[in-house]
Write a protein that binds this ligand. Structure first.
Ligand SMILES: Cc1ncc(COP(=O)(O)O)c(C=O)c1O
Length: 288
């Protein structure tokens, strides 16, 4: 049975309820986090919890619970779930109040967390790489906030699925690529990795920070730069990262192969490095 912790109480997930006037529901006035856990050990938990506070600050929402409370809740949820690979979802909204745009003076935030088993890893995607399509960037300029306002992301993901691709890669009006609907994006050029700077146009992924650190440690150059789409098309390699995907190779962009259309060596090294980092912190894991 899946359990939710909602505003301080544990209950079956199916019994958790929020008000119809919750501002999360009315205005997507909220932020969220997704954390992966292996063998019951949440991976890079502090980084995720710190980002949740930054996101909440970004929407002028004071956190109703401390990081210690959240850490304990997450620990309890993964322990109760008892599976080897889990994802933990947490959402914090400005709570329920009479529908009106201005921020309520004394909000009662809604916060909930639940854990769920991760779906099996699609090993073919990691062996062969995935296909991305490009889509105009149409999100707001505060993508650094992990906001629950994800409709553009949902539609971009579906547009990709509709044509048999894995995800959409956003392209700004000036031709610069940003990220996909749910992951950060990188190219490899001259053996170095390049990714969009962590400004307002992308979410600063926790896995992104880790991958950049692991790459540097492995002697691979890391550059945060604006990447024009035509450069991305000429890349030696391309990959994306997120909490649940880890490092996923991209071998096709808009029906054209990236380089020779195979998973490249730098991507392979980073896939291994992330696997090692997870094993080091969480122990041996069965990936599929
Ligand atoms: C838009 C977007 N960019 C990037 C990421 C990757 O962030 P993280 O590595 O923290 O999961 C996500 C994660 O869901 C995302 O939704």
């Amino acid at each position: 049975m899946e359990t939710v912790w909602l505003n301080g109480k544990y209950m079956p997930l199916s019994e958790g309820n929020v008000s119809l006037e919750d501002r999360g529901l009315l205005f997507a006035d909220g932020v969220y986090e997704v954390i992966a856990a292996y063998n019951g050990v949440p991976f890079i938990l502090d980084e995720h919890l710190e980002r949740m506070i930054r996101s909440a600050d970004g929407i002028r929402l004071e956190s109703p619970h401390t990081t210690d409370v959240r850490r304990q809740v997450i620990h309890d949820l993964v322990t109760r779930l008892g599976v080897s690979r889990a994802m933990i979802y947490g959402q914090l909204t400005r709570g329920s109040s009479r529908r009106s745009h201005p921020l309520p003076k004394a909000p009662t935030p809604t916060e909930y967390w639940f854990a769920r088993e991760l779906p099996p890893v699609v090993t073919k995607n990691y062996r062969e790489g995935v296909h991305l399509i490009t889509q105009p960037e149409e999100r707001w300029a505060r993508c650094w906030i992990k906001s629950t306002s994800l409709l553009p992301n949902v539609l971009a993901k579906q547009a990709a699925l509709d044509v048999g691709a894995f995800d959409s890669l956003y392209v700004l009006e000036d031709g610069v690529i940003t990220e996909t609907s749910a992951a950060n994006c990188y190219i490899v050029r001259d053996g170095n990795i390049f990714t969009h700077p962590a400004n307002g146009r992308i979410l600063g992924g926790c896995k992104r920070a880790l991958v950049m650190e692991l790459a540097r440690r492995a002697g691979i150059g890391v550059h945060e730069e604006f990447i024009p789409l035509d450069q991305a098309r000429e890349a030696e390699e391309m990959f994306i990262t997120s909490t649940t995907l880890n490092v996923l190779p991209v071998t096709t962009l808009d029906d054209n192969p990236i380089s020779n259309g195979r998973v490249g060596p730098i991507t392979g090294r980073l896939m291994e490095a992330v696997g090692d980092a997870i094993r080091e912190k969480c122990g041996e894991i069965v990936m599929a």
